[in-house]
Design a protein. Structure first.
Length: 183
């Protein structure tokens, strides 16, 4: 992404630091909002932001000219739009799915299985992160447009999943939720 919009490898450290700072700041926003507006609304906002940003990048990179070096070249407004979309993704993820999933995981299982279920869910999170990490390079080599399109599809699925299956836990005690789960 960054090479396609004109940055070189020497800029990678600066880009990583800026992205990390944005991610930390948006995580702090999520921490401040999770008990005010709730878990489900934050996840819905995050999924929508991720869907729009990843969809934008899929279109931009799917229509980009790929040079002999294998790097897509974005001309005109496509480069700045891709940069904005990438940062919107970081913001959307950082204020929603990044931190909120960990809050929900601690709240969604009955007390009698909470420790075991949380450990399995956390392991599932790490496996999913690993799958994304190892599949992105070959997907990128095939087509950044396809890669971002796949990720946009998963963002759409996350939106639908939250709408249908995630119950709001804001303002509820673990005991209340535990008795509801046991019914």
């Amino acid at each position: 992404l960054w090479q396609a919009v004109g940055f070189d490898e020497n800029d990678s450290f600066t880009i990583t630091v800026i992205t990390s700072i944005v991610n930390i700041l948006t995580t702090l926003v999520a921490i401040a909002l999770v008990d005010k507006i709730g878990r489900k609304p934050l996840l819905l906002i995050g999924s929508t932001g991720m869907l729009l940003s990843l969809g934008t990048m899929a279109v931009i990179f799917g229509t980009a000219t790929v040079g002999d070096d294998g790097i897509p070249h974005l001309s005109g407004a496509a480069g700045p739009i891709a940069l904005v979309a990438a940062n919107v993704f970081v913001i959307a993820f950082g204020m929603s799915w990044g931190p909120v999933v960990w809050v929900l995981l601690g709240e969604m299982f009955p007390n009698r299985i909470r420790a075991a279920a949380l450990s399995l869910a956390a392991a599932g999170q790490w496996v999913a992160n690993w799958v994304i990490t190892v599949t992105f390079p070959p997907l990128k080599d095939f087509s950044l447009g396809v890669a971002y399109g796949i990720y946009a599809t998963f963002a759409t699925l996350s939106l639908l999943f939250v709408l249908k299956f995630v119950r709001e836990t804001k303002g509820r005690t673990l005991e209340d939720m535990d008795s509801e789960l046991l019914r």
